[in-house]
Ligand binder design. Sequence first.
Ligand code: ZN
Length: 174
Amino acid sequence: MSVDKAFREMIRNEIELQLKPLRDVVSRLETGTADLDELRNVAERLAPLAAAVGPLFGAGAAAGRAPAAPARRGAGRPAARAAAAAPAAAGGKKRGRKPAAEGGARQCAIIGCGKPSRTKGYCAAHYQKLRMLEKTNRRPSSWVDYADPNSVEDVKLPRGRAAAKALAEAQKAG
Ligand SMILES: [Zn+2]
């Protein structure tokens, strides 16, 4: 019991001692008087401690063994690798656009387009067109959101003078 307690005390003191420079650097980082080289030095000094203490606390194979190797390569590296590994691990959690790129390319809803769909079942170009048609009150009823791939008839828009006329008519109708 008391041996255990003494041991814990010793470890705690050792950690306190080793962490002090880190705390100093952090406080100086906060006041802007330390640079990252100092932080790196401290981190390098702490790495062996982590390797030594980790197993004692049953940090196990993952935390105990792993640090010894990467820590030696210089402080910049492991962090960079961790950052690179993270998105891969996060996998399907990719934010925002392009769900099509992953699941294996659902095609644009417009017949004969063949491009991967990006928004509401339409490729970038056809979604633009859809929005334009909608804005000008000419969206065909078949151009529904999330239409099946390759299922919607494209519309050919008039050009030049005819275009202006078509627009005016659409505006009146709306
Ligand atoms: Zn398309």
